[in-house]
Design a protein around this ligand. Structure first.
Ligand SMILES: Cc1cc2nc3c(=O)[nH]c(=O)nc-3n(C[C@H](O)[C@H](O)[C@H](O)COP(=O)(O)OP(=O)(O)OC[C@H]3O[C@@H](n4cnc5c(N)ncnc54)[C@H](O)[C@@H]3O)c2cc1C
Length: 303
């Protein structure tokens, strides 16, 4: 819990949005999650710096989120400050085939800007509902691409306020992995290098990818995308479906009937429901296929 003093400092020193006891269910694509002691959306970089400053001085824990599209927040919520960047830091600029985006820009907007300028390389990301910061952190990918194919460097800030640039070699990208996962720096901006392309072909590719998502994924229900990472040589959705788990429910959490690789929030699911369902799927897949599933969804917050 925040002290009265920390709460008043946040209220008076931060210019962006400040919400106390904010339900995280309002900030995750799963629509699940207990309250954050305080959720802050900084107005700009200077404001972000002030949030870091307060967190350090007041010794309050600070959790960074982007668009909350790969998160399961536990039912007791998150202590300390949640810093939401998905709605802040939206500047971008182009220099030939290099684009620099603030980390709060959505992947959808980034793909549209790059595509409309006649550059190819980011079409794969068109339907991924994250921010650029979250996408680099996760090395998000789909179809024929991953973030690692286009990222040149990222500008990051440490918790004590030092800004530096990390090159792609520093980021150690691998399948749904980047070195950022073992660090606590915050991504401020991302530099992408793309190639000149044909605008019509780029748009057609994005339309095709969007169409494929609409037909295969449960986009009409709250989820956090694929629940598990893809184990080598196997398809999670196929194994879960073959195990007869499509539509299987624990509480309000359900294995999607449309795509068995997704867990959806079918009816006021709690994080506990989802975690129990994850555990159950892991157990059945281990028994049936001797495959160990590893969640792709990240779990945050207090048990
Ligand atoms: C319907 C649906 C479809 C999806 N399809 C795909 C897909 O095809 N491919 C795929 O890879 N993913 C997919 N996802 C998952 C998700 O969209 C991606 O993982 C995305 O990159 C997460 O970005 P985010 O901004 O929402 O990050 P969040 O979920 O908010 O956070 C994820 C992690 O990134 C960290 N983070 C976020 N921003 C920053 C920052 N600025 N600096 C430092 N750390 C940061 C957070 O601390 C957290 O640990 C899907 C999700 C949904 C709901």
């Amino acid at each position: 819990m925040l002290t009265q003093e920390t709460a008043s400092r946040i209220k008076s020193e931060i210019r962006g949005q400040v919400r106390f006891a904010e339900p995280m269910s309002l900030h995750t694509s799963f629509h699940i999650g207990g309250p954050a002691d305080v959720l802050v959306v900084p107005a700009d970089r200077e404001d972000l710096l002030q949030v870091l400053h307060i967190a350090k001085e007041e010794k309050v824990s600070l959790t960074v989120i982007g668009n909350g599209s790969n998160l399961l927040v536990r039912d007791k919520g998150i202590r300390g400050i949640v810093l939401k960047l998905g709605n802040a830091l939206k500047h971008w600029e182009q220099n030939g085939n290099n684009f620099i985006f603030d980390s709060g820009v959505s992947l959808a907007q980034c793909c549209r800007i790059i595509g409309e300028a006649g550059y190819t390389g980011m079409e794969f990301a068109v339907g991924i509902p994250g921010s650029l910061g979250g996408a680099v952190y996760m090395n998000a990918g789909a179809y024929d691409g991953e973030m690692k194919d286009t990222v040149v460097s990222v500008e990051v800030i440490s918790r004590s306020g030092e800004v530096k640039t990390l090159g792609r070699e520093d980021l150690q990208f691998a399948y749904r992995h980047s070195a950022l996962q073992a660090s606590d720096v915050i991504v401020l901006a991302v530099k992408l290098k793309v190639k000149e392309g044909d605008k019509v072909a780029i748009q057609a590719k994005m339309d095709d990818f969007s169409q494929r998502r609409i037909s295969k994924q449960p986009l009409d229900m709250p989820s956090a995308g694929s629940t598990f990472k893809r184990p080598e040589g196997h398809f999670v959705g196929q194994m879960v479906e073959e195990s007869g788990l499509k539509g299987f429910r624990i509480g309000g959490a359900e294995v999607s009937v449309k795509h068995a690789g997704f867990i959806v929030n079918a009816d006021h699911a709690t994080a506990k429901d989802v975690l129990q369902l994850i555990e159950y799927i892991e157990k059945i897949i281990k028994e049936n296929y001797n495959v160990i599933l590893v969640p792709e969804v990240l779990v945050l917050g207090e048990e």
